[in-house]
Design a protein around this ligand. Structure first.
Ligand SMILES: N=c1c2ncn([C@@H]3O[C@H](COP(=O)(O)OP(=O)(O)OP(=O)(O)O)[C@@H](O)[C@H]3O)c2ncn1[C@@H]1O[C@H](COP(=O)(O)O)[C@@H](O)[C@H]1O
Length: 100
């Protein structure tokens, strides 16, 4: 299975079943306004870290920080009820529009 889809499905499972010790559980177990705030705050932090890594130009750090950012974006998408396939469809739509 596509590793990104696998991570997305694990995140969905964590949100649904809330296992103890899970970082995703920590981010998403709250009333919905607070949970969204917590997730979005992390997205802001991780985006800043990705930007700083890009400015430093160290490839390993760029990968690490962008992976952190993508994970947190996935948590936002899954928490908002978006399916992985819907994200792919959006990219697919855009790909088809290229070159028009
Ligand atoms: N991909 C990730 C992932 N990326 C980042 N993180 C967490 O996001 C947090 C990042 O916050 P910080 O940058 O503040 O943490 P940090 O350790 O100080 O910073 P860095 O060194 O990571 O930059 C850390 O606690 C990381 O563990 C992730 N936590 C979980 N996943 C995936 O989600 C799955 C479920 O994880 P749990 O919910 O913990 O079971 C895992 O199997 C992974 O596949």
């Amino acid at each position: 299975m596509d590793v990104l889809k696998e991570v997305f499905e694990i995140i969905k499972d964590r949100i649904k079943n809330k296992p103890e010790g899970s970082y995703t559980t920590y981010l998403t177990t709250d009333d919905s306004k607070r949970a969204i705030n917590k997730i979005c705050e992390k997205i802001g932090e991780e985006a800043t870290e990705a930007i700083l890594a890009a400015k430093d130009g160290i490839k390993r750090d760029i990968i690490h920080e962008c992976a952190d950012l993508i994970y947190h974006l996935f948590v936002l998408l899954a928490y908002s009820g978006v399916e992985y396939e819907e994200l792919l469809e959006e990219f697919e739509k855009r790909r088809k529009n290229v070159g028009r």
